[in-house]
Structure formats: structure tokens, C-alpha cells
Design a protein around this ligand. Structure first.
Ligand SMILES: Nc1ncnc2c1ncn2[C@@H]1O[C@H](COP(=O)(O)OP(=O)(O)OP(=O)(O)O)[C@@H](O)[C@H]1O
Length: 242
């Protein structure tokens, strides 16, 4: 099966000489299309660096990253920006919606920035799938945190990206609302064949994924398929956290 994302022996070192910090060490991982993967690890284990390298936000010191059929290594900055816009959807803990724009305009902005025609049927379909179809004229301040995150998820999917990268997407939500957002990710993976990569500290959140990848000291320290929250917690304890 083709991988939506393929990292081959990715190493990332920040700084040089005595100040050098190696945040990732020869990380290799492939994400099959239509799968939901969580990345966990203690603080400083390299999760953000992993996400940034995978999304083309940061360049590996060595190794290669392939998004769909595009190899990121050789790309110049402008091409990398275009690939990010087209092929990656981002979901953040803090939603990051534009407060002056309506729900519909926030989602529309993504294809517009790529110079694409907005497919309104798809946009409305997506807003329906995330349960926001009847609130398309609201502004972010008129929505709950969970609703804002649903809009952010629709925005992340509107360009039909190769991968949606979610960085602690439930970090600002209460438990129940957070679970609903995780259920939504599962559903979008199942219904649309979307590939999702999520960084989280929460073993329960990770248990919603098809697979959990554990990072420790910049290396992949294990992987669990169809994980339960208890199994994830147990593995994290052995990595030195929770
Ligand atoms: N821009 C940078 N310059 C120098 N060192 C960095 C930089 N970014 C990250 N690091 C270092 O790389 C290592 C991995 O950091 P990273 O942020 O990827 O970890 P993390 O697992 O996401 O941590 P957390 O869970 O605390 O967010 C850490 O030692 C960190 O201090």
C-alpha cells in the first residue's frame, strides 16, 4: 500500500558544536493511507520536531521525508510552502481560527490561499460531517471550544490533504468534548480515508488511534497497534512518564 507519509532515517540536530542537540535520531516510519496514528513520548523526546519535519515545517539534518509521491528534501522554500498548503492539514490545541471571519469563511480561506476554486458542495459536506452545517455564519467567539475545534478540523480537511497533523488537539477541551473530537477523527479516517497523525500526552486520546508510536530520546521506542488506554499508560510508564 502507498504510504501517505514516509520518513526514512530522519535525524534532526539543532545547533552546532558543544550546543548541538539531536532531537531525532534515524527515525523511520511509514503511515499507510487512511490510518490514524498517535505519537507519544516524554517531554523533550522529539514529538514536535517529528511533526515539524513530517510536515515540511522544519528540514531534517539527514534522511528523507516523502508526503504522498513528493520527496520534500530537495524542495526550495517556496515549493515547500506550496506542498504544505496543498498536502498537509494542521489542527492545533488553540484552534487558531480567524476571529473576524465566519465559520464558512475560515474554511474557505485554505483553498483560496492555494489559489483554488472553492468547491462549495464539498465545503458544506465537510461542515456537515463535523456537525457545524447549521452554524456556518457564526464567528469563532460565538462558538464553544469543541465547536471551534470542529471548524478547525473541517479547515484542515478542505484541501483533501495527504495527512492531517494534529498537535494536542484535545489539550484545551474538557474530557467529554475532547472524546467527541477524537471520535470525529476516527469517523473522518473511516469515512473519507483521511490519514491523521496526532501528537498527544493523553493515553486515552492515543487509544482512539489505530496505532501509537512511542518516542524516547529522539528514537522510536516502540509501537502499539489497536491500543487500549491501559496499554498506552503502561508503555509510557516504562518510558519514564505518567
Ligand atoms: N529550535 C530548537 N533549538 C534547539 N533545540 C531544540 C529546538 N527545538 C527543540 N529542541 C530540543 O530538541 C529536543 C526535542 O524537542 P521537542 O520539542 O521535539 O520535544 P517534545 O517531545 O515535543 O517535547 P514537549 O512534549 O515538551 O513539547 C529537546 O531537547 C529540545 O530542547
Amino acid at each position: 500500500m502507498t504510504s501517505a507519509l514516509l520518513l526514512d532515517s530522519v535525524t534532526k540536530t539543532y545547533g552546532t558544536g558543544e550546543n548541538a542537540v539531536t532531537a531525532l535520531r534515524e527515525v523511520s516510519l511509514g503511515l499507510p493511507r487512511g490510518t490514524f496514528t498517535a505519537v507519544m513520548g516524554p517531554s523533550g523526546s522529539g514529538k514536535s520536531t517529528f511533526l515539524h519535519c513530517a510536515a515540511g515545517l522544519d528540514r531534517p539534518t539527514s534522511g528523507s521525508v516523502r508526503l504522498g509521491d513528493v520527496e520534500l528534501s530537495g524542495l526550495k522554500e517556496a515549493a515547500l510552502t506550496a506542498v504544505r498548503r496543498e498536502r498537509v492539514g494542521f489542527v492545533f490545541q488553540a484552534y487558531n481560527l480567524m476571529s473576524a471571519l465566519t465559520v464558512e469563511q475560515n474554511v474557505e480561506l485554505v483553498p483560496r490561499l492555494s489559489g483554488r476554486q472553492v468547491d462549495r458542495d464539498w465545503l458544506l459536506d465537510l461542515l456537515g460531517r463535523v456537525g457545524m452545517r447549521d452554524r456556518i455564519d457564526r464567528r469563532p467567539a460565538q462558538l464553544s471550544g469543541g465547536q471551534q475545534q470542529r471548524v478547525a478540523i473541517a479547515r484542515a480537511l478542505v484541501n483533501r490533504p495527504e495527512v492531517v497533523m494534529a498537535d494536542e488537539p484535545t489539550g484545551a477541551l474538557d474530557t467529554r468534548t475532547g472524546r467527541q473530537v477524537l471520535e470525529l477523527f476516527r469517523r473522518l479516517v473511516a469515512e473519507l480515508g483521511q490519514t491523521v497523525l496526532m501528537v498527544t500526552h493523553d493515553p486515552v486520546a492515543a487509544s482512539y488511534a489505530d496505532s501509537v508510536v512511542f518516542l524516547a530520546d529522539g528514537r522510536i521506542a516502540g509501537q502499539l497497534r489497536n491500543p487500549t488506554a491501559a496499554e498506552v499508560s503502561d508503555r509510557m510508564t516504562h518510558l519514564g512518564e505518567v
